[in-house]
Write a protein that binds this ligand. Structure first.
Ligand code: PLP
Length: 354
């Protein structure tokens, strides 16, 4: 690995009390090129613009995947990363689906550790705040034939971010849609592919214009079974049980989702990964057995859902608060991430920076 340090850190220009998601980037980035059939020596360089030809393949055909994770401040000597093996496995699976060569786990982890050691002062110290880490891979070949590229770039940039909910939890409102789908079996829905997002912005904008926070995606075939929300997986607490849509090829396999399931099982809560229809959700609300709804994802960890709209009907839960189960889940997962609680599952990957 070749490391080139910046000569002028931008750290002092960051207002850590007013962080905007994904707007400021730390001093360094990871940059690895794939050519002649193999990944070349990893570079860590100052964060800077990159140059490319207008014929760069990814711009035309969207052969690109990404990851999202966070680094958590523990103390001046330790920064925690979370479930690195799972993130490596997922970017490998996403890459395979998009015909992108995968990156060795050792390089994935070694370069991340080196980047965090170099930029550890960019990890916000306030509990709940974190350094967002964005690995991504794209087809960098100068060639516009419609076939998989032969050259790629793997890069990692990082951005200090505030807690998702700064002044208490703010439940989101969701709506289903008749006109659009996110993913179909056999498609790319279970890959963290850039293009999945490109196609989701229009339905999300329409939902927002109608006053909802996000779209609640139903299955593409029958428009009946709940799948997930734009950037998070979804859970329903019904009659003491935790129910979440099974993965099945169209749902993004969230690492927070996997963590919620493991933690719930450790508390002896029954977890059902299965098909759940939107009618079942509305019926459970009607008969009083629907206790809580929440989303899970790296950005917010746990996001309470206060309202769901479907074909003119609306169910409302507590619009101002987070449910007790979701709150306990949030406290436990973040407690593990920030090194305040034991880590019985071995999820945390501490990086020594002091
Ligand atoms: C990344 C992502 C999630 C959440 O995954 P986490 O690993 O928990 O952050 C959920 N849905 C979609 C579509 C995603 O891209």
């Amino acid at each position: 690995m070749e490391i080139t340090k910046t000569q002028n850190s931008r750290l002092s220009s960051v207002d850590f009390d007013n962080l905007e998601f994904g707007r400021k980037f730390s001093d360094h980035m990871i940059d690895v090129t794939f050519k002649n059939g193999s990944w070349q020596e990893p570079q860590i360089t100052p964060y800077a613009p990159i140059s490319f030809h207008p014929s760069m393949h990814a711009l035309h055909y969207g052969q690109a995947v990404f990851e999202g994770m966070k680094a958590y401040y523990v103390d001046d000597e330790t920064i925690n990363l979370f479930r690195l093996d799972d993130h490596h496995e997922r970017i490998s699976n996403s890459s395979e689906r998009m015909c992108i060569p995968s990156m060795e786990k050792e390089i994935f982890i070694d370069t991340l550790e080196a980047l965090i050691r170099l930029d550890h002062k960019w990890v916000p110290k306030t509990k709940g705040h974190a350094l967002y880490i964005r690995p991504f891979v794209f087809a960098s070949e100068e060639y516009i034939a419609a076939r998989a590229a032969k050259e790629y770039r793997y890069m990692v940039i990082t951005s200090p971010v505030a807690a998702y909910y700064k002044e208490g939890f703010n439940p989101v409102s969701l709506t289903t849609t008749d006109n659009y789908v996110r993913a179909v079996k056999g498609g790319t829905g279970e890959a963290k592919a850039a293009g999945n997002y490109g196609g989701s912005f229009l339905p999300a904008q329409k939902a927002q214009a109608e006053g909802y926070t996000q779209v609640l995606w139903l299955d593409a075939k029958e428009n009946k079974y709940v799948e997930e929300v734009g950037t998070m997986n979804i859970f329903f607490k019904i009659n003491g049980k935790l129910v979440t849509p099974e993965l099945g090829g169209t749902v993004l396999p969230g690492i927070t989702r996997r963590s919620v399931i493991a933690q719930a099982k450790a508390w002896d809560v029954d977890v059902e990964e299965r098909r759940i229809s939107i009618d079942e959700v509305f019926d459970a609300h009607k008969d009083g057995s629907l206790e809580e709804i929440f989303g899970s994802g790296t950005a917010a960890v746990i996001s309470p859902v206060g309202l769901i709209h479907h074909k003119g009907d609306t169910i409302e839960l507590d619009r101002d608060n987070i449910g007790p189960f979701a709150k306990k889940m949030y406290d436990t997962i973040t407690g593990i991430q920030y090194g305040e609680l034991n880590d019985p599952f071995n999820w945390v990957h501490p990086v020594k920076v002091g």
